[in-house]
Every structure is written in structure tokens, then in C-alpha cells.
Design a protein around this ligand. Structure first.
Ligand code: AR6
Length: 180
């Protein structure tokens, strides 16, 4: 698949990821899969807190850079893929590789479950402090590389809660797509 074909499968949206009717939304979780604030809190509220917590507890946690799947319960999305991003220190402690791994592992889990449409939030860019533009470049590069090799995924949406983040992400995507 050419780079141009891959970019046709990518969409950048502004809004609330819990509203999306896709095969799976990705959660920016913590390594205990214990629930929390930010997008994790919103997903737990919308999916149904008790059911999702019970499903997460059965998974026994998740390493940074790894991804695990649960049902979507009350969400429009059929599944939730929980991934744990790095806590950003200075970028010299493996954070870029760990963030890449979050996107690669989440997409690998999606492929293994036969899922075709996936939506990501901006992993690690809230509480975990990853600089937004760098994180977005890593997200887009890793995802487009993955989609070139795995054609069963038909669409990946990147969902930004704030209009400012959405605008920055669009400019990062335009730059990368023009280089492709
Ligand atoms: N839809 C889409 N994006 C959202 C939503 C939403 N409903 N709500 C927030 N965001 P964060 P992290 C954006 O902090 O940095 C939790 O407590 C938000 O604007 O949710 O990976 C977990 O339990 C930001 O751009 O995730 C962990 O302990 C992005 O989602 C920790 O936070 C990610 O921000 C994970 O921190």
C-alpha cells in the first residue's frame, strides 16, 4: 500500500472519543488499569464504571507501551483497547520508543481481533506530560508505518479534545503527509 493510500485512512477529529461508533476506542490508561482522570475517567463513565473496572481487574495490569482489550460495554464502540503511555521526563528515558509501542501494540491487538476501525486519543499528552506536537508526530508516523503493512484496518481516527490541539495536530499531519 502506498503512503498516499495510507493517509486516506487517517482522520483527525475534535471532540469526545466516547461518542464514536467504531470497532475500538483506545484508552490512555495507567499500569494498574485502575481508572483515573482525563480520557480514562470519561471512558469509564460512559462505558459503565463497575462493569469496566471488573473487566480491567481481570486483566492484571498492563506494562507501559503494551495494550490490552475489554468489551466496550455501554459505549457505541464494541471494544476498548487500553494502553499505557510513558510518563514524560525529558525524552531521554525511552519515552519516544514507549509511545511508539503504545500505537503499534494497540493496532496489533485490533488486527488480532479482526477490528477494522480504531480511534485514538492523544496518549500521554495530558497528565503524563508528553509534549503535544512531538507525541502527535510519533502517533502519526507509527500508525502510517503500521497501516502500510497491515491492510485489514480500514480507518484510524485521532480524536483531540481541545480545538487548539486539533489545530496543531492538523498542521503536523499536513507536514508529514506532504513528505510522504
Ligand atoms: N475524548 C478525547 N480526548 C480526551 C477526552 C475525551 N473525552 N478527555 C481528555 N482527553 P490524559 P495521559 C484528552 O490525561 O496523559 C489518567 O488518570 C486530553 O485533552 O487523559 O496518557 C489515567 O488513569 C489529552 O490530550 O492521559 C492515567 O493515570 C489526552 O486526552 C493518566 O491519566 C490524554 O490525556 C494517563 O495520562
Amino acid at each position: 500500500m502506498t503512503a498516499a493510500d495510507v493517509w486516506q485512512k487517517i482522520r483527525l477529529l475534535q471532540g469526545d472519543i466516547t461518542a464514536l461508533d467504531v470497532d475500538a476506542i483506545v484508552n490512555a490508561a495507567n499500569s494498574q488499569l485502575a481508572g483515573g482522570g482525563g480520557v480514562d475517567g470519561a471512558i469509564h463513565r460512559a462505558a459503565g464504571h463497575a462493569e469496566l473496572q471488573a473487566a480491567c481487574r481481570a486483566l492484571g495490569g498492563c506494562d507501559t507501551g503494551d495494550a490490552k482489550i475489554t468489551p466496550g460495554f455501554n459505549l457505541p464502540a464494541r471494544y476498548i483497547i487500553h494502553t499505557v503511555g510513558p510518563v514524560y521526563r525529558d525524552g531521554q528515558h525511552g519515552e519516544p520508543e514507549q509511545l511508539e509501542s503504545c500505537y503499534r501494540r494497540s493496532l496489533t491487538v485490533a488486527v488480532k481481533h479482526g477490528l477494522r476501525t480504531v480511534a485514538f486519543p492523544a496518549i500521554s499528552t495530558g497528565v503524563f506530560g508528553y509534549p503535544f506536537a512531538d507525541a502527535t508526530e510519533t502517533a502519526l508516523r507509527t500508525t502510517t508505518d503500521f497501516l502500510r503493512k497491515h491492510e485489514t484496518i480500514t480507518g484510524v481516527q485521532f480524536v483531540f479534545f481541545s480545538p487548539d490541539d486539533h489545530a496543531v495536530a492538523k498542521s503536523v499531519a499536513d507536514r508529514l503527509a506532504n513528505m510522504a
